[in-house]
Design a protein around this ligand. Structure first.
Ligand code: PMP
Length: 438
């Protein structure tokens, strides 16, 4: 019976992992690792260790949780996001449900959208975390993309973003990265968030925030919730997926939440009941351990303060990695390329531009002169050249990183700084510069 089963497509992340593990080079660098590590080592926050010690001392049981999760967790997670004094909390207008980390929260929300708004469309940023597409596909929610990033200027494509959100059908679900955008590290300014909210209100869209890195952008948990709180203040109904994978380092505990802000407490009760019915056939009720850790850390003033300091430290360390890499890239660079975008971005990710920079940023190399000639002589040849460029140059740069320098990254050129050590920055800068000229 099972002979007829065909293989699923390979996952590029796990293929890279195997290749990286098999590489015996002392200088190998992992630029796709998704966890934050300190000098290459997995990192457990002190507050997590303290909370676990407390939990052990209390001798808590292992009974099932209700379908919507641990009540103390749901309370503190919504408070962390919206602020404890936010009227939406006081008025009971938020349906909060514990979820299987950020991925599970996004998937629950997508299934909720599919079930309750069968004709709705979603809008996701271009580029975005690849799993967003997989999640919407799986939940059968059709989506299109809005421009988020200009790879030439390495800045937010704000005009493109506004134009595309405006052009989307009324009432679309607009997926927004709350902070520390993955993979570009480029977030809107407070003023730009205001304008995004204006257009979303004008079009009667429904904002759907993905908050997977609260605290990683500015180092401040409240400041990183700015966008979510602004949209709530505008009186909008919205969804927010949360993850404690990164900011509490609880990757494998799979702890997060989906919060749906409604116009009334009665609606919130009905919405919550729908979420529960999505959970029931899937996993019945969520796991305990991570929820208890979060409830103990966020719900205890002393541990909460300590966590804030730890998050600030992580964010500062990420910034110092960016600074070191920027300096290492700039100091030996004779191409005149501007690397300052690296220090302007937020969080853990950067699109270094290893595949696209040559198309858009000519600096007089033989390749680019030939490219210019091709453009002026034959338009068709240009199109042909462009296709060749996209297919071969992109691969060869990333392959050069891997084959010559033992630096492993995914094909879109995304770098995760989370797995980088300060001492690797100079080596990495040499590899990047070399690969740009490859
Ligand atoms: N959203 C974004 C933008 C992410 O980058 C991630 C993690 N890579 C997630 C959600 C979900 O992560 P997790 O399921 O581990 O919480």
């Amino acid at each position: 019976r099972f002979e007829g089963v065909t293989s699923g497509p390979p996952d590029p992340y796990y293929e890279l992992l195997e290749a990286f593990e098999a590489d015996t080079s002392d200088t190998k660098v992992n630029l796709w690792v998704r966890a934050y590590r300190v000098e290459l080592q997995p990192f457990v926050l002190n507050v997590v260790k303290k909370a676990e010690k407390l939990m052990l001392e209390k001798g808590e049981d292992k009974e099932y949780l209700p379908m919507d999760g641990l009540a103390e967790f749901n309370k503190v997670t919504a408070e962390l996001l919206f602020g404890a004094n936010n009227p939406v909390i006081q008025e009971g207008r938020v349906a909060t449900v514990q979820a299987l980390s950020g991925t599970g929260a996004l998937h629950l929300a997508a299934a909720f959208i599919h079930g309750n708004f069968p004709n709705a469309k979603a809008l996701i940023s271009s580029p975005t975390w690849s799993n967003h597409k997989t999640i919407f596909d799986d939940a059968k929610v059709p989506y299109s993309e809005y421009r988020h990033y200009d790879p030439i200027s390495k800045q937010l494509d704000f005009d493109g973003m506004i134009a595309d959100i405006k052009a989307a059908p009324h009432g679309s679900f607009v997926l927004l990265h709350g902070c520390a955008h993955n993979p570009t590290g480029m977030d809107p300014t407070p003023d730009q968030w205001g304008k995004i909210a204006d257009i979303i209100q004008e079009k009667n869209h429904i904002p759907f925030f993905d908050v997977a890195y609260q605290g990683f952008a500015s180092g401040n948990l409240d400041a990183d919730a700015y966008a979510v709180r602004l949209f709530v203040e505008r009186g909008l109904e919205l969804l927010v997926a949360q993850s404690y994978g990164k900011n509490l380092g609880l990757y494998g505990e799979r702890i997060g939440a989906i919060n749906i802000v409604c116009s009334s407490s009665e609606t919130a009760v009905r919405v919550k009941s729908q979420l529960k019915w999505l959970i029931r056939p899937e996993y019945s009720n969520p796991p305990l351990h991570g929820a208890r850790i979060v409830a103990n850390v966020v719900g205890d003033p002393a541990l909460f303060n300590e966590w804030k300091q730890e998050v600030e430290l992580i964010s500062r360390r990420l910034k110092s990695l960016r600074q070191r890499l920027f300096e290492s890239l700039s100091c030996k660079d004779r191409s005149g390329r501007d690397w300052s975008f690296i220090v302007k971005e937020n969080g853990i990710f950067s699109l270094i531009g290893l595949n696209k920079a040559q198309i858009s940023n000519p600096h007089g190399s033989a390749y680019q002169i030939a490219h210019a000639l091709a453009v002026s002589v034959f338009l068709i040849l240009h199109a042909f050249w462009y296709v060749l460029h996209c297919v071969f140059v992109r691969l060869s740069q990333i392959d050069n990183m891997r084959n010559k320098w033992h630096v492993y990254m995914i094909k879109d050129g995304r770098m995760s700084l989370g797995g980088l050590s300060l001492s690797q920055c100079e080596y990495l800068a040499d590899a990047i510069r070399d690969s740009f000229h490859n």
